[in-house]
Design a protein around this ligand. Sequence first.
Ligand code: UDP
Ligand code: MG
Length: 330
Amino acid sequence: MKRLAIVVPCYNEEEIFERTAERLNDLITDLIQKHKISSDSYILFVDDGSTDRTWDLMKDAYVSNPHIDALGLARNAGQQNALMAGLAAVEKKCDMAVSIDADLQDDIEVMEEMIDKFYQGADVVYGVRNDRSTDTLFKRSSARLFYWLMKRLGTKTVSNHADYRLMSAEVLHQLMRYGERNIFVRGIVPMMGFRSDVVYYARKRRTAGKSKYSLARMISTAFEAITSFSIKPVSLIMLTGTLIALCSFAALLALTVCAACGKNISEGKFILTSVWLLGGMQLAAIGLVGEYVGRTHFEAKQRPRYRIKQVLSHDLMSSKDRCRNGSSEF
Ligand code: UDP
Ligand code: MG
């Protein structure tokens, strides 16, 4: 029997936390009874610097339930970093890990199917939403545009798959080798080339609490994902620049021929076309190159992705003691 860890990043999820913990605990108990997973399987909640009662609720859940562990980040590090923190914590303490959002919009019932596929040899099992009718029209169309763009830019993202996936311990181990700060897990996992499978489900509505992704945050996540995985925008700029240069060269040639034929063409026309053309091209190119240089700059800084403030683990006596002593920072 293999050991399962369910990793759940949570940010200000007090309204939904208890219900989620209860449902995931029921699921784990059921899977243990069915002999699908070992009896020491567990759930790890990661508090991503919540400002509400989420951490307090996690602590209560940890105290009352041996299947629940909790990890608290010192500040809001973002969903991807919280997820990485959780996966890093379970890496050596499980045979497989499933990551899932705290709002359980993703159907937990298909987790059993994921585990079956793991036993059949898959190292990664993606949860794919084949029915997003509960999402708003805007969310659906922006998601479609995003996946289309990611594919066109040559990345291997799985369409309609977010962060609901099963990964074997080996995948986790490899994932930890990616030291980049701006990490987009769902772009990296398919890139690693592990044997994978897919399970389908209908996406549900959020039953309580609010989505943490505003329009601005969605755009910045998409922008980050694109720029950290593809250099094609630079090639596109170069292509556009070349086309503009060719066109303007043709226009200048035409102007010269006209002038040679005796037509009266002012010097200003020649100068203005060239200046506007070159200025625009340079500005766009510099802006984009700057974007990449900026990213290199942050990578070079090698800032820690997160700082773990507290660990509540039924496995690690030392960290438990640290918590009891109130000196849980390290
Ligand atoms: N989340 C997080 N840190 C953040 C934002 C979100 O850990 O800074 C968690 C959040 O608690 C939830 C998951 O990421 O478990 C997905 O967030 P949400 O449901 O708001 O996204 P949506 O489903 O609207 O895309
Ligand atoms: Mg959600």
